[in-house]
Design a protein around this ligand. Sequence first.
Ligand SMILES: [Zn+2]
Length: 156
Amino acid sequence: MAKWMNPGPCLVPWGGGFRWSSRTLWGLFSIDRGMMNKNELDIMRGKLNEMLEELETEVSTTLEGMRGDGATFPDPADRATMESDRNLTLRIRDRERKLKKKIEEALARVEDGTFGICEECEETIGFKRLEARPVTTLCINCKADQEEDEVKHKAG
Ligand SMILES: [Zn+2]
């Protein structure tokens, strides 16, 4: 084949790295449909940033607590208490880390315009619900379904 006949990758300006997902499209639609207006998004962004700040204060407090564990306890019973304290601290840290990730993801969704869209059914989650729980990714119906599934799962 002559070289000029080969279109090569340069004819595809987006280079194939970009994929249209239903989510991307939905994000664009949501702006058109005014699912959540700029004002509401600003409120949510403010809330999320506030949560993040609060969490960071909490995390540093937990870390302070952990530093205090350097003391030596000669009594085995005391050592056991110390161990369980440490486990509790680690559990709290783990929860904080997960929540922080959720908040950061929610902030990313605010930026890319997919915030407020249920990740299961792609319906609007609803401002009231988001106001109460800004990190949620499920609408009230899907959340109820999920909880029902969990209950069924636990029941066997
Ligand atoms: Zn849903």
